[in-house]
Structures are given as structure tokens and as C-alpha cells.
Ligand binder design. Structure first.
Ligand code: NDP
Length: 480
């Protein structure tokens, strides 16, 4: 059994308490490694290491930071197979998906921010008539905390770390306790790339203790967090008295709105993907599908037919479209919503049951599930399920669907299928979400702002937004 270790000051270390947590393979339900149950002492050691590295790293030239980050990016690509296998084993996602998306995107996060930092310009303002010039410095914050979830483990972990270190900060980071493996391997890669000791420190452990210790450390001045809305609120409450800078990327319950004038085949194929990619465990999945009534019955038949043919299987099989859910408690939570849907009068159009895969009987597999709901206000239409479960219902007018789409606590993303330009402009303005896709889904350009409104979060990641978050603006006014 492989034990994972913390990565502090460039070295792999056991937790101070020698306390360990089992790490499960969701495809088989077996324990396959152990991870540190890190305490406050481990977080303190990680903090001290980051603090001692800060002076030198913050004064390292942009070219040199960029060179090291490009090397990390390159080494992630060199280790693609190994990292993808680790990601798939830890998370339950199909191996082909980890190879095609998760790991390449982790590599491009480092490449993108290695380049972005060299283009990150500060502003100057001439105070005309006052003989003065103002210029704004963008200075690194110091030691920052990065906390990430389990659904896109290395991808989201590096999405935070790359801009943080590009901007000259040193980092104490924690991946989710259920998917620690690729973060562990990243430590080796950083050493090989020549990242100075202490610039990145990774502590493994439980959210409520290890993660909490990062947030409670008064000298870690900024926290970049991606995870559930309830955890985000808890972090905000803990951090508020210390006036920490916070970036919170939280849950979603995203509408997928389909008008009759869309390109039907393209919409159908993409809607299957936006519903069930990564077992429906992407914060951006379109989990509430609204279809214009004139094509509703046709869509229902075609969609359910496609979903029934999605192959659920072991993540390492090349033809698997839907792998295992991340953990037993998560499977239980997702399945509880299927019971809730039935109680609320919903109709299960397909799926709804746990699946047993031969040879992996204890794995956490669930049939992709489509529920026709009676009302947009029912719980399965309002609460984040975060699994291979979507709801569908019809609408008759633009105003009606807009009201239903916005009538949730969340506001992360929305997808719109229509070829009517004026409608696109009207609805994009009025939909309450941070990200709108029109006639596509999950198309990402790393320069664009990423984040949600309402209970989906505070702040934006991506491009210069991320570099602004990880720096403090300081204005200098010189009279001449
Ligand atoms: P959680 O909120 O449970 O956990 C997220 C991270 O926070 C984990 O590393 C967790 O550790 C840690 N954590 C838990 N409690 C605390 C605490 N008190 N203090 C500090 N850290 C803590 O989310 P999940 O991991 O279950 O991820 C799924 C959620 O993430 C969904 O709601 C999803 O929508 C959201 N998400 C949002 C995205 C966005 O960009 N808006 C993108 C992807 C996911 P541990 O795992 O050890 O408990």
C-alpha cells in the first residue's frame, strides 16, 4: 500500500501526529493508500516553510518564475499517463477523460500563468494640472492558502496554485482528502522542475481540521477556495474577523435552456455531455434542463434513448462513458435525491439504480438518471445533487423559462440553445449567472473571468482576475 506524504519545504514528510486516513479506490471500494491526517502542527510547519521562502521568491524575476513554471507544465505532460492513472484511480473518472482533459488542463494552467505574469501590467495615472503622477504597484500578498475539491482534482488544484506562485506568493495548499494522489505527485514534479523549496507546500487531511487550520492561521492572508456552498460560508465566517482576502468558487444548479429553433443534433449530443460528463460531478453541469414545449416530447424520447445507451463501467475501460462516483457517502447522498424526486411526484424516465460491475461489486456505480419533474420549485430542481442525475421539464415562453432559471439560490453558469440573436442578447443579460454558454458548453478560454453570483461564490478566477486576486494594489503618488 502506497502512503502519501505531506510536501513541506521541498521534502516529503509524515504527519507530526503519525495519524493516517484510509484512501479508497471508488471503482472497487477498496482502500489502496493512506494519507496524512494533518494537524495544526503540520499546517504551521507548512506555513513557516512558505514564509521563509517568500522573500526570495517574491524577488525572483518574472522570467525566472515563468521559466520554472513552464518546466512544471512540461513535466506534467511528460508524466501524463502516470498522473491520469492516479487521477482515475482516486476519483473514479474514466481514464480516457483524465488523459484527455484533467491532466492536459493542469499542464496548461501552469503554461498559461507562466505567460500571463509576463503580460500583467500595472496602471499609471497622470493627475493633470496637479503636477503629480500616480502609479500602481501589484505586490504579492505573502503566504496564501489554496483549498480544492475532489471532482477535478489536479485541474482545480493547479488552477489556484499556478496564478498564486506566478504572482510571487508562497502557498500552503490542501487537496480534497478523497483525491490526494495527483497533488502528492505534483510535489515530485515541482522538485524536478527546480521550484525553490517552500514556494509550494502541500498538506493532506480532513477539511474540518487540516483545511480549517489553514483558514484559521492569521498569517495566511488570502484563501482561494473551491468547494461546496456550505463550506464556503463556513470559511467566510472564520476568515472575516481576520479580514482575509477570499475567492470562493462554490456550488451550482445550472439551467440548460433549449429553444425549438436550435441546431437540434448538436444540442442533443452536447446536452448528454453537459448532463453526465465526469459522472455529473462538475460544478458547471447543466443539471436542470428546460425544453420549449413544441419539441419537448421529441427531446424527451431522444434524450432518454441516448442516456440509456451510455456505458457505465470500470474507469480503465476505453468504452466507459460513466465511471464510479467519488465515494460511498457521496453515492448515498446522490441516491437519496432519487427517493426525494419520487416523493415529490417526479417520474424517473431512466436510471435511478445502483449498478454492480462484475469483479468490482463494491464500486460506487450509479445509472445515469433522468427525472421529469412537476415543478421547478421541487427540491431536486433547487438543490445541488452533483451526480449523474438531471431533471427535465417544459416551458412555453421566454419569460417563463427566465423566471424558472433564475429562481434558485445558485448562479454559476447557464447554457442557452437558440439561433435567435436578439433572444440570445436579451437572455444573456437577464440570466443570473457568472458564465453563459450559447450553443456550446464548457468551452474555456483561460483569459476569461470564471466564477458565480448568488450562492455560487464571490470573486473571479482566470486570466488577470486571478493575478489581481493574488496581489495587493498599492498606489504611489509622486508630485513633481
Ligand atoms: P467541500 O466543500 O466538501 O470541500 C472542498 C474542499 O474544502 C476540500 O478540500 C475539503 O476537504 C475542504 N474543506 C472542508 N471543510 C473545510 C473547512 N471547514 N475549512 C477549510 N477547508 C475545508 O466540497 P467537495 O469537495 O464535496 O466538492 C464538491 C463541491 O465543489 C460542489 O458543491 C461543487 O459544485 C463545488 N465546485 C465548485 C466549482 C466552482 O468553480 N464553482 C468547481 C468544482 C466544484 P475534505 O475533502 O478533506 O473534506
Amino acid at each position: 500500500m502506497e502512503n502519501i506524504q505531506n510536501y513541506i519545504n521541498g521534502q516529503f514528510t509524515n504527519p507530526v501526529s503519525d495519524d493516517w486516513i484510509d484512501n479508497y479506490n471508488p471503482a472497487s471500494g477498496e482502500v489502496y493508500s493512506q494519507i496524512p491526517n494533518s494537524s495544526k502542527d503540520d499546517v504551521e510547519n507548512a506555513y513557516k516553510s512558505a514564509k521563509s521562502a517568500f522573500k526570495q521568491w517574491s524577488q525572483t524575476t518574472l522570467e525566472e518564475r515563468s521559466r520554472i513554471m513552464l518546466k512544471i507544465s512540461e513535466l506534467i505532460e511528460t508524466n501524463l499517463d502516470r498522473l491520469a492513472e492516479a487521477e482515475s484511480k482516486d476519483n473514479g473518472k474514466p481514464l480516457w477523460l483524465a488523459k484527455a482533459v484533467d491532466i492536459p488542463r493542469a499542464s496548461s494552467n501552469f503554461r498559461f500563468f507562466a505567460n500571463a505574469i509576463t503580460q500583467f501590467a500595472s496602471e499609471s495615472h497622470e493627475s493633470v494640472g496637479q503636477n503629480a503622477i500616480n502609479y500602481t504597484l501589484r505586490q504579492p500578498i505573502g503566504v496564501v492558502g489554496c483549498i480544492s475539491p475532489w471532482n477535478l482534482p489536479l485541474y482545480l488544484f493547479t488552477w489556484k496554485i499556478a496564478p498564486a506562485i506566478a504572482a510571487g506568493n508562497c502557498v500552503v495548499a490542501k487537496p480534497s482528502e478523497v483525491t490526494p494522489m495527483t497533488a502528492y505527485l505534483l510535489g515530485e514534479i515541482c522538485n524536478e522542475a527546480g521550484l525553490p523549496k517552500g514556494v509550494l507546500n502541500i498538506v493532506h487531511g480532513l477539511g474540518g481540521s487540516t483545511g480549517q487550520a489553514i483558514v484559521e492561521n492569521p498569517d495566511i492572508k488570502a484563501i482561494s477556495f473551491t468547494g461546496g456552498t456550505a463550506t464556503g460560508a463556513h470559511i467566510a465566517r472564520t476568515a472575516a474577523p481576520m479580514f482575509k482576502k477570499l475567492s470562493l468558487e462554490l456550488g451550482g444548479k445550472n439551467p440548460n435552456i433549449i429553444f425549438a429553433d436550435c441546431d437540434y443534433d448538436d444540442m442533443l449530443t452536447t446536452t448528454v455531455r453537459s448532463s453526465f460528463a465526469n459522472q455529473g460531478q462538475i460544478c458547471l453541469c447543466g443539471s436542470r434542463i428546460f425544453v420549449e414545449d413544441s419539441i419537448y416530447e421529441k427531446f424527451k424520447t431522444d434524450f432518454v434513448d441516448r442516456v440509456k445507451h451510455l456505458k457505465v463501467g470500470h474507469p480503465s475501460n476505453a468504452d466507459t462513458k460513466v465511471g464510479a462516483l467519488v465515494s460511498k457517502p457521496h453515492l448515498k447522498k446522490v441516491m437519496s435525491y432519487i427517493d426525494i424526486a419520487k416523493d415529490e411526484g417526479g417520474t424517473i424516465l431512466c436510471g435511478g439504480n445502483r449498478i454492480t460491475i462484475e469483479g468490482y461489486e463494491d464500486g460506487y456505480y450509479l445509472q445515469p438518471t433522468v427525472i421529469e419533474v412537476l415543478s421547478d420549485e421541487c427540491r431536486v430542481n433547487q438543490e445541488e445533487i452533483f451526480g449523474p442525475v438531471v431533471t427535465i421539464m417544459s416551458f412555453s415562453s421566454e419569460q417563463e423559462v427566465l423566471a424558472m432559471a433564475n429562481k434558485v439560490d445558485y448562479g454559476l453558469s447557464a447554457t442557452l440553445w437558440t439561433n435567435d440573436l436578439k433572444r440570445t442578447m436579451r437572455m444573456s443579460t437577464q440570466l443570473q449567472a457568472g458564465i453563459i454558454w450559447v450553443n456550446t458548453w464548457l468551452m474555456r478560454d483561460l483569459r476569461t473571468p470564471f466564477g458565480g453570483v448568488k450562492n455560487s461564490g464571490v470573486g473571479r478566477e482566470g486570466g488577470f482576475e486571478a493575478l489581481r486576486f493574488f496581489t495587493e494594489a498599492k498606489n504611489v503618488c509622486i508630485k513633481y
